[in-house]
Design a protein around this ligand. Structure first.
Ligand code: C5P
Length: 324
């Protein structure tokens, strides 16, 4: 028996990139990536309810100043899905934001993924997972991963995913920064660094050609996969890396202080998450993560800090209301 739903709630996680290698700038303006995405249980909730028009409202600690219309990725996701299905985009979307945007945590992509899944069920479309991921990739490089969750290798511009099995339960602390960093600005800064380094090495005799990835091979991937399967964060700690980190630090030098302070307070390792400015610290266990999250904000090196667990599920339905 088919039921008509009046509302669908979806929970969707933030991500950190525990390895991020940035390759060449492509003609479409994106960079070729090889990354390991890791979902963490700092989550937004997207509710889609029946309505005669498309509407969007935002609540929650990270909702201030965000666009409640076309400028919002959740809105664009609902439009993209409706267009794909050949129907009018009619839904009342409410997004509860705990994940900051422009923070390196895929906060906007999470809401797009949440809206895709919630509207798909609300409208009874039954679009397959792969098709939703394809639509998501058209909205942002991280949307496909927000749908999948867990841990996965991302290639292409980050939208081609291969799941990695992990033991689950690594404990992290996310240190949220006062400001924001624009993702395109951070990539552009990395390109400038690289062009400068290339010029210095070649005395500018030739333009910077296609950049290739650093040393990464099947063995590197296996070492990472084995560390993720182990329950030992000490095996994971030395493997964390982010090619965007130096560019993020050049644009937001105060993050050096955040990274140093996290390690001084006992983190096993720390890195800038994605394009920043959030810093992610790997802790030994839950108690250490909670203690670090308590102590970090008092040092003045971040505005708030959360203890989170890695390997969180991707966008998932947490509630459905049936029309009586
Ligand atoms: O896809 P997303 O909206 O996250 O991309 C935002 C911007 O980040 C892009 O317009 C591009 O400037 C940069 N980017 C990139 N290479 C990627 C992903 C993002 O250069 N693989």
């Amino acid at each position: 028996m088919s039921v008509t739903l009046s509302a669908v709630s979806v929970r969707v996680p933030a991500k950190v990139n525990i390895q991020l290698e940035v390759g060449a700038l492509r003609p479409d303006g994106f960079h070729e990536l090889r990354t390991v995405f890791h979902a963490v249980d700092l989550c937004d909730t997207v509710i889609a309810a029946r309505s005669d028009a498309l509407e969007l409202s935002l609540t929650g600690p990270e909702s201030a100043g965000l666009p409640a219309g076309e400028g919002n990725l959740a809105w664009r996701a609902a439009c993209a899905l409706a267009e794909h299905a050949g129907i009018a985009a009619r839904a009342n979307l409410s997004v509860h934001k705990a994940i900051p945007v422009a923070a390196g945590l895929a906060g906007g992509s999470a809401d797009a993924a949440g809206a895709l899944l919630a509207c798909d069920l609300l409208w009874g479309l039954r679009t397959g997972t792969e098709e939703l991921a394809r639509l998501g990739a058209g909205l942002g490089s991280d949307v496909s991963f927000a749908l999948l969750g867990g841990t996965a290798e991302g290639t292409g511009r980050g939208e081609r995913l291969a799941e990695i099995t992990d033991a689950g339960g690594f404990h992290w602390v996310l240190a949220l920064a006062e400001g924001q960093l624009s993702t395109p600005d951070v990539y552009a800064e990395l390109d400038r660094h690289r062009a400068g380094a290339h010029c210095a090495a070649r005395k500018c005799a030739e333009p910077a050609g296609a950049l290739t990835f650093g040393p990464h091979n099947a063995e590197t991937a296996q070492v990472m996969a084995a560390a993720l399967r182990s329950e030992d964060p000490r095996r994971l700690a030395p493997l964390l890396s982010n090619d965007l980190q130096s560019a993020a630090l050049a644009l937001a030098p105060y993050l050096e202080f955040t990274l140093r302070t996290g390690q001084e307070l006992g983190a096993l390792a720390g890195l800038v998450s994605g394009s920043g400015p959030t810093c992610a610290f790997l802790a030994r266990d839950r108690a250490d993560a909670e203690q670090l999250a308590d102590r970090l904000p008092a040092t003045g090196t971040c505005r708030s800090a959360y203890a989170v667990i890695g390997g969180a599920p991707g966008a998932e339905i947490i509630g459905e209301t049936v029309v009586p």
